[in-house]
Design a protein around this ligand. Sequence first.
Ligand code: ZN
Length: 97
Amino acid sequence: MDGAEALSAAFRYYPHNGERHAIPKRAVGGQVTTTLCEVELTVDADRKLGTERTCARCESAWRSILGIPQQSQRQALLDAPAYSPEMPADASAGGRR
Ligand SMILES: [Zn+2]
């Protein structure tokens, strides 16, 4: 079966709230869709990918759909009980929950 290949072509990255999230590729402008990290949004056909970082949850979900092993660093983050998609790159900027 080539289900994984079909799925790999079934999503694309789309910029939303400063990150690029995976949405169904067939979602067109004006359509309400849901990202792999379960954020609902309305697709803007004119919106282009820029320099956003990739949403870790979408990437992880996409990897698991495809059966691709998680990156060891990401896996460590996902295993952490207090995992947050917001990486504490600057620990002084706001506290962690
Ligand atoms: Zn996402």
